[in-house]
Design a protein around this ligand. Sequence first.
Ligand code: AMP
Ligand code: MG
Length: 322
Amino acid sequence: MKKVLIAALCAALVICVAAYLRDDGYSQTEYMLNTVITITADDKAAVAECFDEIRRIENLLSVYLPDSEIWAINSAPAGTPVKVSQETFDLLKKADEYKRLTGGAFDITIKPLVDLWDVAGEGYVPTDAEISAALELVGDIILDEENLTVTLPKEGMAIDLGGIAKGYAGDKVRQILLANGVDSAIADLGGNIVTIGRNGNKDWCIGLQNPNAQRGTTFADISIEDKFVVTSGGYERYFEKDGQTYHHIFDPATGRNPHGDTLSVTIVADDGALADALSTACFVVNSEQAIALAESKGAQAVVYTAQGVFHTDDLSIHMEDK
Ligand code: AMP
Ligand code: MG
């Protein structure tokens, strides 16, 4: 099996060059949360504080680090309540709310399928029986608010915050920059863009990656001020087998890539974790449902499909000529 591309090193969004290369901004790039993160702001100490915070979040929430709280939850025997911090509990509760809000399209218990398809590794096309068995493990986790415990009821169940953690970290980055008095900044957490204020006297200009073209080729740009912009796309991480492409986002109802024709979804919102969960969920559902879902949470959406580009009305978007 030929692994064509693991684009973990690349952001899903392309920030317009003019906006990104501010000559007055300090910019730092680090590899964290399994992706490349760049923060640009006028305050070097505040940027360093942001990276310390992202590292802390990674240590808390990573599925790969044996000391993380998510690791503890995933490795406990079935039915054993695992005590977690208030912070982890609150994020899991939020993820659970987003599961209900999206009719199950966003579901952090997707991990058995993520492991089965192994898109981040060699890539594997499972049998129907293997998919059915993994789907048995996608379900509800038990959250005990009083005791701050999390229980996975079935042996083999596991959670994966890959669809929300970067957005959550984006919320923290924004809080830290604002607390330090930064009034204009931009951060890119692997396709999760955080903006503060405006870019000088202009809005921030965010270019949206064309899913069918080389990385860095955009199909549109959007103008925003003080918002999160989060994109989910099948082109971000995928492998090819027998001429067929398989990517990293799964429909929790089928255990397979969504069967619709959506190629990418961009969400614009005031909350990073919400934007991140919505972008993943909106990629799973069809374009009509995606627009309705975004609108139901006061967010904006751009859905790139094989049939064309759809977006919520209230968005300042400039489509590029084909
Ligand atoms: P994103 O790039 O934010 O759309 O997140 C994709 C990542 O979230 C994947 O790499 C998986 O780790 C995880 N994931 C895949 N499908 C889902 C889903 N339906 N709900 C929640 N997380 C998912
Ligand atoms: Mg997401």
